[in-house]
Design a binder for this molecule. Structure first.
Ligand SMILES: Cc1cc2nc3c(=O)[nH]c(=O)nc-3n(C[C@H](O)[C@H](O)[C@H](O)COP(=O)(O)O)c2cc1C
Length: 186
């Protein structure tokens, strides 16, 4: 079975909760999914090496990835030197409290990171369903991001802070990246 790892940081649980939904979507499509929680675990770089696909997840803090996620990025410089992630599939998602909140900068940081590793970047294909008559809080990709998945969370507990549409988007995004893992990775 092909493997996908989600490397995620979450200061207050919202991004980790979203990562669980992305992982649910990945598993729905028959791909083995592991969550690598940067706040808890020493990063298992062997697991990442065995994974055909890596999904990156970070909250947007001050208009970019969190410092913990950036530290992880810098820890991969030895992997970069040996091109060990060449042609792996990569994708990313972020959570923040404002509709924009400068989340695009976070996704772009992840995309540049993946390109430095010569990975193959995949975005989110779903059109904003609120434009075709779905109620705003039930629409997938309500924030209209194609470079990666963007989600908005209020400051309540993670379980209560996302719209149903955003949670559906997270599962849907996981399913898409899993399908691409089946179709384009070796
Ligand atoms: C240090 C810090 C900086 C933040 N910067 C932004 C920001 O630039 N844009 C935004 O919309 N929200 C910002 N937020 C809000 C978080 O993105 C939001 O609370 C998010 O849900 C936190 O995710 P987490 O629980 O996974 O850490 C910031 C929060 C913190 C603690």
């Amino acid at each position: 079975m092909k493997k996908l790892s989600i490397v995620v940081h979450s200061g207050f649980g919202h991004t980790l909760y979203a990562a669980g939904k992305v992982c649910e979507g990945v598993k729905n499509k028959g791909i083995d999914c592991s969550l690598v929680d940067l706040a808890q675990d020493k990063v298992d770089f062997d697991l990442l090496q065995q994974s055909q696909t890596l999904i990156f997840g970070s909250p947007t803090y001050m208009g970019n990835v969190s410092s913990v996620f950036k530290k992880f990025m810098e820890e991969t410089s030895g992997i970069w030197q040996k091109s060990l992630w060449l042609n792996k599939l990569a994708a990313g998602f972020t959570v923040s409290s404002s509709p924009s909140g400068d989340k695009l900068a976070t996704i772009q940081t992840m995309m540049v990171f993946a390109m430095q590793h010569a990975m193959i970047w995949a975005g989110y294909h779903r059109h904003n369903e609120s434009l075709i008559g779905v109620k705003a809080d039930e629409a997938r990709n309500f924030l209209g991001s194609f470079c990666g998945l963007m989600l908005q969370a209020s400051s309540t507990s993670p379980e209560k802070s996302f719209s149903p549409g955003d949670l559906h988007s997270a599962v849907d995004f996981g399913e898409r990246i899993a399908e691409l893992t089946h179709n384009i990775t070796l």
